[in-house]
Design a protein around this ligand. Sequence first.
Ligand code: C5P
Length: 396
Amino acid sequence: MPPAPVDRLLLGITGGIAAYKTAELVRLLVGQGNEVDVVMTEAARQFVTPVTLQAVSGRPVWHDPWDPRVPNNMAHIELTRDKGLVLVAPASADFIAKLANGLCDDLLSTLCLARDCPLAVAPAMNRQMWENPATRRNIQRLLDDGIEVWGPAAGDQACGEVGMGRMLEPTQLAERVARAFTPKTLNGLRVLVTAGPTFERIDAVRAITNLSSGKMGYAIARAAWEAGAEVTLISGPTALVPPPVARIAQVSSAQEMLAAVNAFVPDADIFVSVAAVADYHVLNPSDQKIKKDAHILTLELAPNPDILASVSALADPPFCVGFAAESENLDEFAEAKRRRKNLPLLAANFVQTAFGADDNALVLFDDDGRHPLPRASKLEQARMLVAHIARLYQPR
Ligand code: C5P
């Protein structure tokens, strides 16, 4: 297989204390397969050294518009010509004002003006500077010019004040970079995803649940977000950091998950049912902790509703994608499940290798047959599944 094309970006660093986080940002970007060229302003070099950024990016770091290392001596043109994105992080109030007005008096501002690729800025400044009418005007002008503004977030500031103006964290910026490089195959579509286990209460401290970690469902929510979808994630109890999707509903039992799905499904174009929904719930859970004095304790269990089957049976269902976790006869059981639940697409995996693991090997079943995906991380699997959904999806 030919090597995957490298997603190249230029990271511009301006003068703000958040510049100290850019070494970590570059490390994350390189780790997710990006090639990163760094350009620093004079002020940025007061906060972090070019040597640090050269070490983590593995590439020369630039700041001088007259740098003779660029073959035709036009760093302000050449440095962006092979890039898919320019990200300025942190973007100071001063740099944002320059961008808003087309000023170009150093290498970074000049190459931003001369670029022919998308530009995103991650503002970072004191809350009063962020709220100042001049900054508000400048930010609006950037948005009007098609420049993306990522953040800022609210919270503690280096100056000791609290409010809006913190740069997004490196992990949040890195996930937005991944999104920027993803083809928008689900652009504007509304995708509903269920993830994780359900938790069926027995008493005040005990429950019936299962080993689902939620990793696969969260990865699918993230992959759909990267592909431009408006994503709603309905999650059973997990220990995962949520992806940056439009909305997240935390639920516990299958009944709660069903209620949340019913609330959101009328607005969904695509429903991906990844949750490992418990098949049964306890008929009479106790509000108090059950004491262990009984020799034999009998729990009465009643079947849970099949959430996916109820959605696919709607008069005008969204495009429904099911999951099957099997311990044997994967193909036979998965295809039977797909037909029984009337699904255009079902993704199957072995419980022995899927539950809790970080990677997976899904097999997709649709009307054209069986499509095994190569073993990869759950995020890579999710991206392949999303690409497959985008190919099959027909607007209602
Ligand atoms: O449990 P089962 O193997 O039938 O699960 C297959 C698919 O149905 C999965 O996508 C799962 O999320 C969904 N399901 C559901 N409600 C249930 C049981 C399963 O939505 N009660």
